[in-house]
Design a binder for this molecule. Sequence first.
Ligand code: GDP
Length: 478
Amino acid sequence: DTITVQELANRMSERAVDVIRLLMQQGQMMKINDVLDADTAQLVAEDMGHTVKRVSESDVEVGLEGEADNAADLKPRAPVVTVMGHVDHGKTSLLDALRQTDVVAGEAGGITQHIGAYQVRMAGGERITFLDTPGHEAFTTMRARGAKATDIVILVVAGDDGVMPQTIEAINHAKAAEVPIIVAINKMDKPDVDPNRVRTELLQHEVIVESMSGDVQDVEVSATQKMNLDKLEEAILLQSELLELKANPDRSADGIVIEAQLDKGRGPVATVLVQRGTLRVGDVLVAGTEWGKVRALVNDRGEQVKEAGPSEPVEVLGLNGTPEAGDVFSVVEDEARAREITDYRQRVLRDKRAAGAARGSLEQMFSQLKESDKKELPLLVKGDVQGSVEAIIGALDKAGTDDIIARVLHAGVGGITESDVTLAAASNAAILGFNVRANAPARDAARQQGVDIRYYSVIYDLVDDVKAAMAGVLGPEL
Ligand code: GDP
């Protein structure tokens, strides 16, 4: 009486391929019908953020409390929003301006604390949570760690500049994460703006706004003149209604670490975003490889609070160490349990480092693909000139069959950067460089995150490699 990989995945409502991947990261090669002993099953389940009950010496029950939540216990929660876009298009200005629309802080004249996220309260009582780090780096880093922190992406495009390379990157990041976009056409106070040009340019990247008969909302704003911020917030609330965002506030808390640092006076301080349940002072919390008993909670206005519910960002004091941004946290029953889990995780981390992560190598990616039902080969393509990048995308399109396709998550001109590697890691993709190289930070990141980078100077060779890989996924019948 042990449990198979598939069975464990079913009990957790996770995909078997994700369980296999986790086991692989821990150096255990297993297939879908292989059996796990109860200890391993328990640790895997906990690693994937589930709580586990040992029903007998040899069997585990995954107490997936999220699933056990009755529909009646689910309450609407605030949307969590990330702002992305090209440099200088006004992301920071917009985040600052939106922050000042909070009606309650306005009355109290509160002091704003930059803790990595903040919540805005509307006159009607609705709330919106904004992640305070603009750009897609933080967004993708979190996703690479398996955390989904964002419900909605605000894509800022300056009306006088239009769609630029980082706008396209942001679109691709949002799409890869399947997060809906709202377009904010910014700097509308300037005389030389052309919002319709922005809409047309977005069309070319498959972001189709409502006035062009698509379903992406767009709002013309000015961050510096605080123009139409209310309209933007309405658009966010409308989108969040469509998403039917809900969580059960009456359970032990879990969520994501937004940022963390060692503070001279206060010790390790982590800003967390609660995703389910309510986090309280006195709770014992595990975050990544660290744990602690919550000594104090501080909100984005610098006030000490006793608790934080779903979608609320809050600083946590009392941890024994500094977790990493993107780590998942959960409240556990006692300190002994917390110690047990973090000991295990630290051991796994050490082993992983020793073994050298090899998650994204082409071969391993294909073996994972075999387990999943969607036959897609995720790739990033970087080339020296637009013409060759387009030729490669065209050739990869044609290389697809009825059974498998190459999905190009992002393609662009220029060297391979750290940001490319982060996106690849988050999506388990390989990077194909055509007449371009990876810079040093990108190479380091690829090594650390186990992302496979391949270089080519002949398009035929590149396509041939991809075809061979696809054939490998599908087996000998091809
Ligand atoms: P980020 O790099 O995307 O975070 O952009 P910033 O918020 O730092 O803004 C870049 C520059 O554009 C700054 O000089 C801002 O003052 C300016 N800016 C941002 N929003 C607006 C706007 O709505 N109107 C005008 N005229 N300037 C803006």
